[in-house]
Design a protein. Structure first.
Length: 367
């Protein structure tokens, strides 16, 4: 993507720039990318690898027998589509195959509360020079992100979201991404709740734009470009797998014997009362175990993404795109090894899996 002009790598200087929403800590190592370029590159990579892509299919159920998922069913305009496989990898984000097959699940945290959802939107018309002139020299987080201004505006009914900071990210196509809406405790399995949340997100976007125009440097002439195609769900259901990764593991950078990737995203938990952060005890990356991808009830089912087997608090960190890419690669590689070697997913040769991942470019320090 970078070679095609569709991405900006963090090494090119995104810290405290518009690409990172002027962050100096936390989410400052961002790779801005063009969505259309991503679609093109991803599809090209899949075709070159022999992947048979099929869009516009809706999962409706599955068959299980003797500890295995034997088939998954999808609704299409042409009718019901049946897929049989030696190994299934559920990357739905909501663990739809795992849920339908009876895998033990947890929804949200121990109290059942799910992290807040967001509907992204994009705007045009930002005066970048004016925004840079205010943001870059700002000495405090409160000033840079208009935190006190937001509190005052919310008290006057001028800020419709419970977010504490402004977050505008310059995109490489000239638009700006806005991550400022908040919709709480949405059940991602309910079409009614997701529909209502998307509508609320669009209503919030209108109010947020008016706030930005009135109070934020460089935004007086902005216009709404578009709202996201679907709601950004941070949490729904995650499986209780062979191992449940804990927040304590990440805080101490615990190195598992079956680590399949490492990551470093901050542990930021989005709640109705705002975003809370969990401090870590090391500057090392934290690791993710293969066992947290394994549905313990079945011999041929893996998951990847935010539905992996983790505590809610650490899922807040590994749900973002880089760890999800890594999880998908680990799960796909493990599935291929299980299918070729004729073994159960929990019997995959972990050293062979790790070796294969490293050969394919996964960064994983020696454990």
């Amino acid at each position: 993507m970078e070679a095609e002009g569709g991405a900006v790598h963090p090494s090119k200087g995104t810290i405290c720039t518009a690409y990172s929403s002027y962050r100096t800590t936390g989410h400052f190592n961002l790779s801005q990318f063009d969505i259309e370029c991503y679609k093109s590159v991803a599809e090209k990579m899949c075709k070159e690898s022999g992947v048979n892509l099929i869009y516009h299919m809706l999962f409706v159920g599955c068959d299980t027998e003797n500890g295995k998922v034997t088939a998954a069913y999808y609704a299409t305009q042409a009718g019901i589509y049946k897929i049989s496989a030696k190994v299934f990898v559920d990357c739905s984000g909501d663990a739809v195959i795992a849920k339908a097959s009876g895998v033990e699940m947890q929804y949200g945290n121990e109290e059942g509360h799910k992290q807040s959802a967001t509907l992204f939107f994009t705007v045009t018309g930002v005066d970048k020079a004016e925004m840079d002139a205010y943001m870059i020299p700002a000495e405090t987080m409160e000033k840079r992100f208009y935190m006190d201004v937001i509190k005052e505006a919310r008290a006057k009914g001028e800020f419709p979201s419970n977010r504490a900071k402004i977050q505008l990210f310059e995109a490489i196509n000239g638009e700006w991404l806005v991550n400022m809406t908040q919709i709480d405790d949405v059940d991602a399995y309910s079409s009614e709740e997701v529909t209502a949340a998307e509508m609320e997100g669009r209503e919030q976007a209108v109010g947020i734009i008016e706030f930005l125009k009135k109070y934020v440097a460089g935004c007086k002439n902005i216009k709404l470009s578009k709202t996201a195609d679907q709601l950004g769900v941070r949490e729904s259901g995650h499986i209780i797998g062979e191992y449940v990764m804990t927040v304590a593991d990440a805080v101490d950078s615990y190195r598992y014997e079956d680590s399949v990737f490492c990551c470093s995203n901050s542990i930021d938990i989005h709640t109705p009362n705002g975003v809370t952060y969990v401090a870590r005890n090391t500057n090392e990356p934290y690791y993710f175990p293969y066992r947290s991808l394994i549905a313990k009830e079945f011999d041929n089912l893996l998951v990847a993404g935010r539905c992996a087997s983790t505590e809610s608090e650490i899922m807040a960190a590994i749900r973002v795109m880089p760890p999800c890419f890594a999880m998908g690669q680990a799960a796909g590689t493990a599935a291929a090894i299980a299918a070729v070697d004729g073994v159960k997913t929990k019997e995959v040769d972990v050293p062979k899996l790790v070796c294969t991942l490293k050969k394919d470019g996964v960064y994983l320090p020696e454990v």
